[in-house]
Each structure stands twice: as C-alpha cells, then as structure tokens.
Design a protein around this ligand. Structure first.
Ligand SMILES: Nc1ncnc2c1ncn2[C@@H]1O[C@H](COP(=O)(O)OP(=O)(O)OP(=O)(O)O)[C@@H](O)[C@H]1O
Ligand SMILES: [Mg+2]
Length: 508
C-alpha cells in the first residue's frame, strides 16, 4: 500500500515542500525513514510508533518505508512527525479521506499529543502559495498560521483528534483569522517624555526619515538609551508585507507571541554587550536567526558600543552593508535578511565625562585613546549621522512644557518616506540610506552653491569617498524633509556637521 502526504521543511527562514511518501508491504517487520533526515527526523520513528500506540492504534506488523522527497535536500527537526502519522493512518485505512489538498506539520509526543514547532508561518505562506486548501498544524501554532489569508488552518491537539476529524466523529473547526488588536499599537515610550534635546531629536528625525545609521555619544545619564528606545515610535508603520516578513523570522526563531502572533510594531533589538557573533548574526547547530535579523525592518540598538567585542563588531560591517547575512553550517548555507537601522550609543571615555561641562574627566590620555579606538575608522564611517548628546539643564528637565509627541514626528518622517518611495519605485531601494552608487549622482542633485560648499568642506576636512557618498545621502534626506527637489547649501552643511565627531574624539 502506497500513499503520499504533503508537508514542509525549513531552510533558514525559507520553507520548502516535502512529500512524505509511505510504502507498507509484506516482508520482514521494519520501519525505516529515508530522504536525508537529520537525527531528529530519524528519531521520528520512535516518537511516531509510541504516539500511535498511546492513541490506541496498532502499528502495522509489516515492512514500513517512509521517504521524504525531495531526497537531496536535508530535512531537520521534528515537524514531519504529523505527516508521517497521517501517511500511516491513510495507508492502513484508519483515515479514509482525500488529503491531496492538505498539508500536515507538527511534532508528536510519546503520549500522542501534537506539539508546537517553529517556522509555521513561512510554511503556511508556502502552502497557500502552492494552492493547498488546508493546513493541519499543532494547536499551539494555529493562531500563528491564521494570519495567512486564503488557507483553512486546523489546530491539531492529539493523534486521536486527527482521526476523529476525518471520521467526522468530532470535526476540528477551522481556526478563526487573527485580527491585530489596535490597542497594542499604542506607544509605551514616547518622544514627549524627553525634555529639551531639540538638536538631538532633529538629528534622530533625519536618521529615521532616511533610514540612516546613527551614533550617539555623550556622558552617562544624558538620555542616549532613552532616546534610542523611542526611535521605532517615529518610524512609519509596518506594511502588511513587512509584518509578515518579520513574523516569519520570529516564527523560525520560535519567538512568536501566542496571543498576538502577527508582529505589527517595528522591532527594537538591544543585544547585550557580551553577545557572541552567532547570537548576533544567527547560526547554531539547528540554525536560527540572530539579533540582526530579529531587528529586520526595525532598529538594532548597540548600547555601550565600545563594550562589544571588537572582532564581533567588525564582522557586522558586511551584513550591515549587504542587508543580509549568510551563515554556513554543515546542514547548508542559510541567508537571513537584516534590513536594519543601526543605532549605537557610547560614552566618550571610560569614566564618561570627557568633554562634559558638569564633571571633570578622570581618564588618562592613554585610557581615553584605548577606549575610543575600540571603534575602528571603517565602523565609525558606517554611521551616517553622528551626534553628541549633552546633558539636559535643570530648567528643561523641570519644565512643564509639553514636548512634541512621537506621533507628530512620525507624520513628518512618513511624509519624507513617501517622497522616497515615489522616487525609488521599482528599484528595490526603500529609503535614502540604501541609495546605490549607480544612481547617487542622478538622485542627489545639488545646487551649484551647495556643490561649491561641499567641495570646500571635502578638501578642508580631508573626507573619504565613503564619507562623500554618505553625506550626500543624508543631505538628500534633509532636503526631502523640506520637500526640496535640489540639495541646497544648508542641507549639505547640516549633513557635514553630522560627521564631525571623529575629528573631535578619534583624532590624536
Ligand atoms: N532629556 C531628558 N528628559 C527627561 N529625562 C531624561 C533626559 N535625559 C535623561 N533623563 C533621565 O535620565 C535617565 C537616564 O538616561 P539614559 O539611561 O538614557 O542615559 P544614557 O545617556 O543612556 O546614560 P549611560 O551613558 O549611562 O548609558 C532616563 O531614564 C531619564 O529618566
Ligand atoms: Mg545608556
């Protein structure tokens, strides 16, 4: 008796279709699984056999062969258990239904329960795209799968429930569609809480408007972390496609919130300074996305930047530029997306008070130099906007004056983003930070006066080619916030001023 059941596998964050084929024939009693499965797939045999017995079913006294096709792609994890069970039940006649338009995903426990697995969202999206009508997933993953429109999702609790469903003894109702709760979009952190700091806030607004990387440098307690946490609140709302993109990554990382499975807020990830490189970029024996990918379409905040391992920081340079990370493992090579806005904060020296008007710095020159040099020139170069965050004075902190809310700032940011979206339509570029070398001169046109001013600054400050391009992109953003087609002198001037920290702190 031969039978075929539809299932899925995962490669990095991408799902692929798997045919679970089963052949039950006379011969020496045996149960084998072939088709390039890892250890967890091989152990499926024991889980499935015991789960069937616990569900009051007889495992066939025959030669049972399961083939997982395509046989040349590695299958990992436990998610194929449910498809093997469905195949066994169909081949033995326990289930007598047409399952050709259904997909089965889930792990079996020895007691016959179906346990949650990771990556259900990308697998549901794939199944829908491939035209399947139904997907059977573990009960705990059903809500997550229900964010995908156009496919019936059935949450399976136990092997028995699956049989009863197809025998029509107790039909599993399709999972109700998840509709995001509007109230969870309310901001907990708001720029209205930050007193004063108008210059810094404006720089942050420019960074958000163009998706530029931002470095904040200042003494302890000046509000750097406070400001960084509020950046996602002024970024434009996620589109549905972006939401699905991010949720897919969280699904693979098994980090989807059970109650609110669709991620509707821009991520803000703030990894600890002692995070390892794999924790940041992704990897591991069962590969999972790292912090960079978990911040996809959002903010990656590296607080206390010099405290990170220097070689770890250097390894981030390329993925940040490429907007994706490639991780090689024995199981294959995986590519994870990481379109992030990088925000970093640091003190100017180990005691934190170098340059402070309030306290005397107690660091020696050598200590200061050692500290600041943890941030290499090329890494510093990747921060389009570099700003000093000074201490807020007493009057501002104690003032009852209402500060501008995140919502008001976000409206301006969104307007500037709309201009960019129209300009970069069908180019794959989403904001000014992504402008590629081939179009930079075409989209960043300066007035003659601006060009003259930029040339003088370029020569007198000894700027690099990369600095040239980055200043031009930031100037493009500043001009966009004013709805100006041409980049003017004042825009160039502001953009150049956002790159002066290196001369103050990094030069000897
Ligand atoms: N401009 C401000 N308006 C309101 N509160 C402020 C402001 N600046 C600082 N604070 C208060 O100071 C606290 C500390 O700020 P924060 O942790 O952001 O400082 P920091 O610059 O990150 O310091 P460190 O360098 O030590 O990490 C904030 O949580 C907030 O309560
Ligand atoms: Mg801080």
């Amino acid at each position: 008796m031969f039978c075929k059941i539809n299932s899925c596998g995962l490669l990095g964050i991408n799902a692929f279709h798997v045919d679970t084929e089963i052949e039950i024939s006379k011969g020496v009693v045996d149960f084998t699984i072939i088709g390039l499965g890892d250890a967890a797939v091989k152990e499926s045999k024991d889980r499935v056999r015991v789960a069937m017995r616990s569900s009051g079913l007889r495992f066939p006294d025959a030669k049972v062969t399961v083939n997982l096709a395509p046989a040349d792609i590695k299958k990992a994890g436990t998610l194929l258990d449910l498809s093997i069970i469905a195949a066994l039940l169909t081949a033995t006649g326990e289930i007598n239904a047409d399952l050709s338009d259904s997909v089965f995903i889930g792990e079996a426990s020895l007691g016959g329960e179906i346990k949650a697995v990771s990556g259900v969202l990308p697998m549901t999206i794939l199944s829908k795209r491939e035209g399947y009508k139904n997907i059977f997933v573990p009960c705990d993953n059903a809500f997550e799968a229900s964010v995908v429109d156009g496919i019936n999702v059935y949450g399976v609790k136990t092997v028995r429930d699956l049989i009863n469903h197809f025998k029509r003894i107790n039909v599993i109702p399709p999972q109700k569609k998840y509709i995001p709760d509007e109230t969870i979009l309310r901001n907990i952190n708001d720029f209205a809480d930050v007193k004063g700091q108008s210059v810094v806030k404006k720089a942050i607004e420019f960074a958000a408007a163009g998706g530029h990387n931002l470095l904040m440098l200042g003494p302890p307690g000046s509000g750097k972390s406070m400001l960084a946490k509020r950046i996602p609140t002024i970024l434009p709302p996620l589109t549905f496609d972006e939401s699905i993109d991010i949720t897919g990554i969280y699904s693979v990382a098994a980090m989807v919130d059970k109650k609110n499975p669709l991620i509707t807020r821009r991520p803000f990830r703030s990894p600890h300074t002692n995070s390892s490189l794999p924790a940041l970029t992704g990897g591991g024996s069962i590969p999972k996305p790292g912090e960079l990918s978990l911040a996809h379409h959002g903010v990656l905040f590296l607080d206390e930047l010099p405290e990170f391992n220097r070689s770890t920081l250097e390894a981030l340079r390329q993925p940040l530029e490429d907007r994706e990370i490639t991780v090689s493992r024995t199981g294959g090579t995986f590519t994870y997306p990481c379109r992030v806005m990088l925000v970093a904060a640091m003190n100017p020296c180990p005691c934190g008070f170098f340059g402070s008007s309030k306290k005397q710095c107690s660091c020696t020159d050598a200590k200061k130099k050692q500290y600041i040099s943890k941030i290499s020139g090329p890494l510093l170069d990747r921060f389009d906007i570099q700003i000093e965050v000074g201490e807020t004075d007493y009057e501002s902190l104690a003032s009852a004056r209402k500060e501008e809310s995140s919502e008001v700032i976000r409206e301006r940011v969104s307007k500037a983003r709309e201009i960019q979206s129209a300009r970069y339509k069908n180019t794959g570029i989403s904001c000014n930070a992504d402008i590629t070398d081939d179009i930079i001169n075409e989209v960043c046109v300066m007035t003659p006066e601006a060009s003259e001013h930029f040339k003088t600054a370029f020569d007198s400050l000894g700027l690099s080619g990369r600095a040239f391009a980055r200043i031009l992109k930031v100037a493009r953003t500043i001009a966009d916030t004013e709805n100006e087609k041409l980049i003017g002198k004042k825009h160039i001037n502001k953009a150049v001023n956002f790159r002066t920290l290196d001369r103050k702190y990094w030069s000897n």
